[in-house]
Design a protein around this ligand. Structure first.
Ligand code: PRX
Length: 631
């Protein structure tokens, strides 16, 4: 199923459009099914109702583990690189990983989990996180991984939304020289989570934790009580595999639902092709398993292809900004898949951290999560790839399950800051505000997809109508991505950023409404408006305009109070970079905030604010501009 030439890409693409069922049916033959499908695809974007590989039975862990045992059992599946470089790295072969997954799957069963139950995972980047994810899949339980940076309240909201029965966590995690008390956060969350019956706690940093009798059990103790044989649960292709919460333009995160069969095929196919993965190579994706990139391109994609992948616990700058380069040298990494934020941050340290580092093993580079600016692209290309490693700028989303528009390493061309061409099976179109297709090249529009692909979301958990409204109702018969896009003269796609009220901060998706809700929860805040502004390292920064008439003490302290509130309500990742206290917000007569004006002010461009005459109080704009000078 690996594409080896541009000609083959063109042929496969053509076939995937003309005969999608045949195309995906053939791709799916490369996976292990217990029972074949009777229909490759049935779909309807209006409801939406999308089914891939209907009737087929499988278990994704048999594809990620069991099927490699006979031939590749002793091959490394995961190489774990700890936060502290002084600590030894740990290698798990496919055989070892299989054994651990089966054992932990039995622990889950022992603690009452069964097929269809939802299980929340809140863990550091340790091998046990991948093991927990796979163990859920093994028994047919639905995992909902929550990124370690979210607050107790965010966790509780997510646990309650999907009514999780079990939580898997650790005492704490390391992040550079900091320790984060994960179990404490979970304890706070669980006060308001009546559905949770059991909490399984891994010892990692060995910090004191409270263990509640009847609810909390230690991972290390539990695994002693079970054996390592666990028959995989037979799943329907359309059974739920996982839920992953993501932010949208409304205040409440949505639980994006992916199913077993289509997701597996899509994650595996795209991993193998986009990175041109060759057996025996070492692949390193720096994402966290708490995000979709980690789900698809640390866990399911690479393991389904029998790959060797590095799982890194730490951060790029600890103990020094050479850390990535040290890891590449140490493990002879062939593919590095990372985010523009990390690239820009490392670029800012100059060449010194690269001195004496042997990066000659690098063959393919990848970027994901946000638009990559040309400067960062060229730095990545020259300093890390030495001009020899193709950069795959991969555009996709939590909802798409896998990479959609991207170069195919060594096969299709790259172009700085362009995601370039759609992968086979992906039919992008650009539309104007009214949903009319914008044809031809050298055009810009809103990016939609007009035909289903196996990795697409099926619903949003517990609220199908929301899925329909968010993705399938803006334009008839199209999946709307929320992104703006340019198609250049060569027909190459360049994603220009979100066109809705969603920010992309360091590659993390954050809804402005969510941040506003959090700020508004601060006692005394009357109203707020949040917009993005260009940020050298983060891509976008968060700029909050806040009405706080009777401030409690000094302004600087009040800002910190607000940051603390946002950290409590959402998590540190959503903290505004700038807070400006204002006495009013620019609103239309109907009471709608004119964000366009605030965005311009946040960008520092106050020369052409457009027509402000429709504002309820045009004077407020002058006042805000004057206030920005005090920041
Ligand atoms: O705006 C696009 C941006 O990230 C959004 C998806 O965010 P999330 O669901 O968190 O998934 C991130 C990892 C897949 C998209 O709507 N985005 C993602 N990749 C790119 C990108 N923007 C530009 N170029 C990319 N390569």
């Amino acid at each position: 199923m690996q594409i080896t030439s541009f000609k083959q890409y063109e042929e496969d693409y053509k076939k995937s459009v003309e005969n999608p069922e045949q195309f995906w049916g053939e791709v799916a033959q490369n996976f292990q099914w217990r029972k074949p499908w009777f229909k490759v695809l049935s779909w309807n974007f209006n409801e939406p109702n999308i089914k891939w590989f209907e009737g087929a039975k499988l278990n994704i862990t048999e594809n990620c583990l069991d099927r490699h045992l006979a031939t590749n059992g002793d091959k490394p599946a995961i190489i774990w690189e700890p936060n502290n470089p002084e600590e030894e790295s740990v290698t798990y072969t496919y055989k070892m990983l299989h054994e651990r997954v089966c054992r932990f799957a039995n622990v889950l069963k022992r603690n009452g989990a069964k097929k269809g139950d939802r299980i929340c995972i809140y863990m550091p980047m340790v091998p046990e996180l991948a093991i927990a994810v796979l163990a859920c899949a093994r028994i047919g339980a639905v995992h909902s991984v929550i990124f370690g940076g979210f607050s107790a309240k965010s966790i509780a909201d997510r646990i309650n939304d999907s009514q999780c029965k079990v939580v898997i966590t650790a005492d704490g995690s390391y992040r550079g020289n900091k320790q984060i008390p994960l179990k404490d956060v979970i304890d706070d969350a669980l006060i308001g989570c009546p559905t949770v019956e059991k909490c399984i706690v891994l010892t990692h940093i060995r910090t004191p934790v409270s263990m509640l009798k009847g609810r909390d059990v230690w991972w290390e103790d539990e695994v002693k009580h079970v054996n390592d044989t666990c028959e995989a649960e037979e799943m329907d292709a359309e059974d739920m595999l996982f839920i992953l919460y993501t932010s949208g333009s409304t205040g409440k995160p949505k639980g994006v639902v992916h199913t077993c069969g289509g997701y597996m095929v899509y994650a595996g196919y795209t991993f193998s092709n986009v990175f041109n993965y060759k057996p025996g190579e070492v692949y390193f994706c720096t994402a966290d398993i708490g995000w979709i990139t980690g789900h698809s391109y640390i866990v399911y994609g690479p393991l389904s292809q029998g790959a060797t992948s590095v799982l890194f616990e730490g951060i790029p700058t600890y103990p020094t900004p050479s850390r990535f380069w040290d890891i590449i040298e140490k493990h002879k990494v062939n593919t590095l898949y990372t985010a523009p934020t990390a690239i820009r941050s490392l670029m800012s340290y100059g060449d010194e951290p690269l001195n004496g580092k042997d990066l000659s093993s690098i063959r393919v580079l990848g970027s994901v999560g946000e638009p990559i600016n040309e400067e960062a692209w060229h730095w990545f290309d020259e300093k890390i790839g030495h001009g020899k490693a193709p950069i795959v700028d991969t555009w996709w989303q939590t909802e798409t399950g896998g990479i959609m528009i991207s170069p195919i390493a060594t096969v299709t061309p790259t172009k700085p800051s362009f995601a370039t061409l759609p992968l086979p099976g992906i039919q992008p179109i650009l539309v104007d505000e009214n949903g009319n297709e914008i044809e031809g090249n050298g055009v810009m529009g809103n990016l939609c997809i007009k035909f289903p692909w196996p990795g697409m979301l099926r619903t949003t958990y517990g609220d199908h109508e929301r899925c329909k409204q968010t993705y399938f109702s803006t334009y008839e018969n199209l999946y709307f991505t929320g992104d703006g896009c340019l198609r250049d003269e060569d027909g190459y796609y360049r994603i220009t950023g979100r066109v809705d009220d969603v920010l992309n901060v360091s590659g993390h998706r954050i809804g402005t409404a969510e941040v506003e809700n959090a700020i508004n929860m601060h006692a005394g805040v009357v109203e707020s408006a949040v917009v993005g502004y260009p940020h050298d390292v983060k891509g976008q920064g968060i700029y909050a305009f806040v009405i706080y008439p009777e401030m409690h003490g000094e302004a600087e302290l009040s800002k910190k109070d607000i940051l603390q509130t946002v950290t409590r309500v959402i998590g540190a990742i959503a903290k505004p970079d700038k807070i400006l206290f204002v006495s009013g917000l620019p609103k239309t007569r109907s009471g709608k905030i004119m964000r366009r004006i605030l965005r311009k002010i946040a960008e520092g461009d106050t020369t052409n604010l457009g027509d402000t005459s429709t504002l309820l109080d045009p004077g407020v704009v002058e006042e805000i501009i004057a206030a920005t000078k005090t920041l």
